[in-house]
Ligand binder design. Structure first.
Ligand code: SAM
Length: 469
């Protein structure tokens, strides 16, 4: 049996245990008494084990699945209200020495233009992002110790935080770079990053080794234990994810939840976020050549089951997904979305010429940030540009503690209203502003206490007349 308290993810995310979990889920997928029992447990909002959640994922009964969707939606509302946090990716460099067979940045791709932003180009990209209204970025880079050493990443973070332009300022830089050393994680922490994000790609070791045939990423153990080292280096907000389409989704789902359980058991804090990317076509990558792709129904079920299994973990869906698909999963558990994204190196300040495309994958949702903000509000969601938790030091276990007590809403709701107001005043189109102002007026009534409400109202007024930031 695997060791729950082990400091190493590889000892805990055990292949045999995942196979046993899948067999258990298969054997019980029509066991309505057990499914009811698991749903009842899920209603306590304390999460589920990977085995329990895998039974729900395998469940075929339409009636029970409807119950699962309803519960996921309710849990999402309880923990996150109607807030949706906004962010954009910023690709720094697509130089890469790995051989990932699904990613166009793989080393053997000789025709994709290789680009690396200079600090001046980063400034231009960030100003363009600030002019859209973004406050949170996810930095992306290929793995290449010569072209993209940690010093380059650290310098880029420093540049980004230093850029003040009109009313814009990037307040939170999350980082998605290759697995690295404890020492480098410590440096990233010192540089003031928000979440360190690293997708496992696949938890299936044999597939992993085949999909990453060459380069440092080939080392499954080093990659899988990255979050352990990140925690050791002092980063307490880490973001997990698998790339759905690489291996069988039920295997990945169990592995992902085991990874979350391991972090909680070993470090006392689960993942801050879980991302659910699906494989997309890209430069020399044909996603249909990978035979484990999942359809929108299974994708929605995965999101709902993750929501139920780890209620306190944020969930991210990117512009890999279409508007229609994003609409569906927002209801079931997503708490963060990207908007107005470019997956190329450069492209925010100036569009890339078509024959120079350096994009990592094709974006499905190509709308502008303003369109995304309006779309969310049309559905009664409250777009939030908030980063207050991080600035107030509410990260890691302190954040989880608040979140588990469903307290995070008391801080988040007013912060969401204020940052949305900033967005409306500084960047929104007239139609978005009108809709947003009406939404804020309605939502302010949900600030629980009267005194707090009055303070928020005062701040809102100050933002409107340009005196409060
Ligand atoms: N170099 C870092 C690493 O190795 O983890 C950062 C990775 S990359 C910039 C971000 C993520 O994009 C990858 O982890 C992978 O899951 C995803 N990705 C790669 N190719 C993709 C594709 N064809 N479609 C969708 N997502 C893809």
């Amino acid at each position: 049996m695997y060791n729950v308290k082990s400091k190493k993810a590889t000892e805990f995310i055990d292949h045999q245990e995942i196979l046993d979990t899948l067999a258990y889920a298969d054997a019980n997928k029509d066991n309505e008494a057990l499914i009811d029992q698991i749903i009842e447990k899920a209603k306590c909002r304390k999460g589920l084990t990977h085995r329990e959640a895998s039974v729900l994922l395998a469940c075929q009964s339409e009636e029970k699945n409807e119950e699962i969707y309803r519960l996921a939606e309710q849990i999402k509302k309880d923990f996150y209200g109607n807030r949706i946090v906004m962010f954009a990716p910023l690709y720094l460099s697509n130089y890469c020495i790995n051989g990932c067979t699904y990613c166009p940045y793989h080393m053997k791709n000789k025709h994709i233009p290789r680009k690396k932003l200079t600090q001046e180009e980063i400034r231009r990209e960030v100003i363009a992002l600030q002019d859209m209204g973004h406050k949170r970025l996810a930095l992306e880079a290929g793995e290449d110790p010569k072209n993209n050493p940690i010093e380059y990443i650290l310098e880029s973070i420093k540049t980004i935080y230093s850029i003040k332009h009109k009313n814009g300022a990037i307040r939170r830089v999350n980082v998605n770079i290759a697995a690295t050393t404890v020492e480098n994680y410590r440096k990233l922490k010192e540089a003031g990053i928000g979440t360190y994000i690293l997708f496992q790609e696949t938890y299936h070791k044999d597939s992993y080794l085949e999909l990453h045939p060459t380069g440092p990423k080939h080392d499954y153990d080093y990659h899988t234990e990255a979050m352990d080292r990140a925690m050791e280096g002092g980063i307490d907000d880490v973001g997990l994810g698998v790339l759905f389409g690489l291996d069988k989704y039920r295997y990945e789902f169990a592995g992902l939840l085991m990874h979350a359980e391991h972090l909680e058991a070993a470090f006392g804090v689960g993942p801050h976020t879980i991302s659910v990317p699906r494989l997309r076509d890209a430069d020399d990558i044909d996603a249909s050549a990978f035979t484990n792709g999942i359809d929108d129904d299974i994708f929605a079920k995965i999101v709902a089951c993750i929501r139920i299994a780890v209620p306190y973990t944020g969930m991210i869906v990117s512009t890999r997904e279409s508007q229609k698909c994003r609409e569906r999963v927002l209801h079931l558990g997503i708490s963060q979305v990207s908007g107005g994204s470019k997956t190329s190196v450069g492209g925010y300040a100036e569009a890339e010429p078509e024959d120079e495309c350096s994009a990592q994958f094709d974006v499905s949702d190509t709308r502008t940030l303003d369109e995304i903000v309006k779309w969310l509000m049309d559905m009664d969601y409250l777009p939030s540009f908030c980063t207050a938790c991080y600035r107030e030091g509410r990260t890691g276990d302190r954040f989880m503690e608040l979140c588990k007590k469903q307290q995070i809403q008391n801080c988040c709701h007013p912060n969401a209203l204020l940052t949305l107001k900033e967005y409306l005043v500084d960047y929104a189109s007239p139609a978005t502003k009108a809709l947003g102002d009406a939404l804020i007026e309605k939502e302010i009534l949900n600030v629980p206490n009267e005194k707090a409400r009055a303070v928020v109202q005062e701040h809102l007024k100050a933002i409107e007349n340009g005196t409060g930031r």
